[in-house]
Design a protein around this ligand. Structure first.
Ligand code: NAD
Length: 292
């Protein structure tokens, strides 16, 4: 069992720490919001990010954005300086590819980017998917620790590759969801039933996770957010963040992503119109109103 430092005990980080403790690891945890430590009983309450990092075999961050990650490891957080020279450093936050590569190149220790999909439910259940960027040796060391929090651990390539795969995945998901919403609204106007559309498409060539698991109308998939007034699930604000990171990456490498750019525009309008805390499938209301 490993000794683990963990920084960032938010919606995702706190349940991830609980699963690490359940798996038998010793965890030193820290968050700038002191009350967050109450969410991880059994963990040592570190007094700073550097304190959580010092002495640990593996040090993990789960923070909001790239700037927090850079500050925590290289800046005021002082985590890389405090960590052991042979420690393995892992950032599980979703951040831009450039910052992931910058931090990996700047720290003296082995560093992996390992963003996740599966959301808060996956974090609670220990069923997250980890998309890992970094060396094969680092990946081999990380795998047994990540297995305590997830069920699929995939080595995607060198530094930044995990973030790259995550952004591509969410860009595809957003585009699929928005066109699925358009199809349901078109079907409504054609006088078709939601159920008929779902029954055919969920097993036909248009089948997708967006349709089959997060069906944007109530009824066909009882567990989808549409059945609880679009309570997330995966909040539209987080989808907007990831679409912004995807466009940033596309611009940096000169990739043309017009559908991704349009999805970003749609989600920006949905979030600015009050949809930030709704599940991302809730964008169907905006599309139905003809605002899209
Ligand atoms: P969150 O805002 O709930 O948690 C972030 C935590 O980091 C907060 O508790 C905050 O106090 C803490 N924090 C911020 N700066 C800090 C610092 N300098 N030192 C210590 N703690 C600090 O966010 P979340 O939903 O847990 O998401 C975390 C990351 O995971 C994000 O990058 C997000 O995009 C990604 N993600 C979230 C989901 C989801 O469904 N929530 C799914 C996949 C990926």
């Amino acid at each position: 069992m490993a000794s683990i430092g963990f920084v960032g005990l938010g919606n995702m980080g706190a349940p991830m720490v609980r699963n690490l403790l359940k798996a038998g690891h010793a965890v030193a945890a820290f968050d700038i919001v002191p009350g967050a430590l109450d969410l991880v009983p059994g963990a040592r309450h570190a007094v700073s990010a550097a304190d959580a990092a010092s002495g640990a075999d593996v040090v993990i961050t789960m923070l909001p954005a790239g700037q927090h990650v850079r500050d925590a490891w290289l800046g005021a957080g002082g985590m890389a300086a405090a960590a052991r020279a042979d420690a393995l450093l892992i950032d599980c936050s979703t951040i831009d590819v450039a910052t992931a590569r910058e931090v990996a190149g700047a720290v003296p220790q082995a560093f992996l980017d390992a963003p996740v999909s599966g959301g808060v439910m996956g974090a609670e259940a220990g069923t997250l998917t980890f998309m890992v960027g970094g060396t094969a040796e680092g990946f081999a060391r990380a795998e047994p620790v990540l297995q305590g929090m997830g069920k699929r651990i995939v080595h995607c390539g060198d530094a930044g590759a995990g973030q790259g795969v995550k952004l591509c995945n969410n860009m595809m998901l957003a585009a699929t969801m928005t066109v699925t919403c358009e199809a349901f609204v078109l079907a409504e106007k054609l006088g078709l039933s939601h159920q008929a559309l779902f029954d055919v498409c969920s097993t036909a060539t248009s089948s997708s996770w967006a349709l089959n698991s997060y069906c944007p109308v109530p009824g066909p998939v009882p567990g989808s957010p549409a059945n609880r007034d679009y309570a997330p699930g995966f909040a539209a604000a987080l989808m907007l963040k990831d679409l912004g990171l995807a466009q940033q990456a596309a611009q940096q490498v000169g990739a043309a992503t017009p559908i991704g750019a349009h999805a970003l525009d749609l989600y920006r309008r949905f979030v600015e119109g009050g949809g930030a805390a709704k599940d991302f499938s809730g964008i169907i209301a905006m599309i139905r109103e003809g605002n899209a």
